[in-house]
Design a protein around this ligand. Structure first.
Ligand SMILES: O=P(O)(O)OP(=O)(O)OP(=O)(O)OC[C@H]1O[C@@H](n2cnc3c(O)ncnc32)[C@H](O)[C@@H]1O
Ligand SMILES: [Mg+2]
Length: 265
């Protein structure tokens, strides 16, 4: 039976963790008793196997073909997780965002033959009713698609390249609801044969006519809630404080801290 525990720093998990000399499970408000026990046992077992009190890993490889992503990841992670980067053009997969991220991690781990981190990012519009067919969208916009309730996510380079910033705005022309969210999913695979795990970060905002430098994807058309500036207009440090990417990476960092990985240098 699952028992829901309110997760505080003085609860059962912390007490168990302290007994086992394990780091606390961070950033979790609720956790099942079963999940807590399984995690603690897994971490303890991994450390016993490693024989050193921590799990030893070769350096993590962050695989991306996008230099702008890499810039942000470097700044956000700082020295918290030692990693190297590798530019691989992985296929632009379609489907459920978490599945895409996991598949990317599998493909990357198979090539790297070691621990990898990948990410998949998408911009999701809340208003569009119906999946657009790009060819029709280009000519007569959205009239044909008024009936189905759908969240459209724009997660491929190809989509943005085809439509441009104006095209993204045009898609929402007939709708009052310009709300959207940016979503980033990191996936970590410890090696080629391990099941990848995912970490999701989201930032809510809306789609606006393009403003600011045009050097990173859809940044000029996304204005996060609570701000008068688009991502592109914000100083980088400001974007990194509230971005979908930094929120997902906060979870990645917590995971690494909980697992207590140590890295070969
Ligand atoms: O090799 P990967 O990591 O897949 O790099 P990519 O450029 O293909 O990246 P995605 O598939 O995740 O992203 C799809 C599109 O979203 C854009 N994008 C990703 N993160 C963004 C961000 O923080 N702000 C604006 N655009 C972003 C990116 O430039 C692509 O055009
Ligand atoms: Mg991609």
């Amino acid at each position: 039976m699952y028992v829901i525990l309110e997760w505080t720093r003085v609860d059962l998990g912390i007490l168990l963790g302290a007994q086992l000399q394990l780091p606390p499970l961070q950033n979790r408000r609720f956790v099942t008793l079963r999940e807590c026990t399984v995690r603690l046992i897994k971490m303890a077992a991994a450390r016993l196997v490693a024989g050193t009190g921590s799990v030893k890993l070769p350096p993590v490889t962050f695989v991306t073909g996008n230099a702008k992503k890499l810039e942000e990841v470097k700044v956000i992670l700082g020295n918290s997780i030692p990693f190297q980067s590798l530019k691989l053009d992985l296929p632009e997969l379609q489907g459920d965002p978490e599945d895409i991220a996991k598949e990317k991690a599998r493909l990357a781990a198979n090539q790297v033959k070691g621990p990898v981190l990948v990410e998949d990012t998408c911009l999701c519009f809340n208003a569009l009713k119906g999946l657009p067919d790009l060819r029709i969208l280009h000519h007569s916009y959205i009239h044909v698609y008024a009936l189905l309730l759908v969240i459209l996510w724009i997660h491929s380079k190809w989509f943005l390249q085809k439509l441009g910033h104006e095209g993204l705005n045009n898609m929402l022309m007939a709708y009052e609801d310009k709300s959207a969210y940016a979503m980033c999913i990191f996936s970590f695979a410890i090696g080629p044969n391990s099941e990848p795990i995912t970490f999701v970060g989201k930032t809510a905002g809306r789609i606006v006519p393009a403003r600011g430098p045009n050097d990173f994807g859809w940044d000029p058309v996304f204005q996060p809630d609570g701000y008068e500036l688009t991502y592109a207009e914000m100083p980088k440090e400001e974007k990194n404080k509230i971005s979908h990417r930094s929120r997902a990476l906060a979870l990645v960092k917590s995971h690494f801290a909980e697992a207590g990985y140590a890295f070969d240098t």
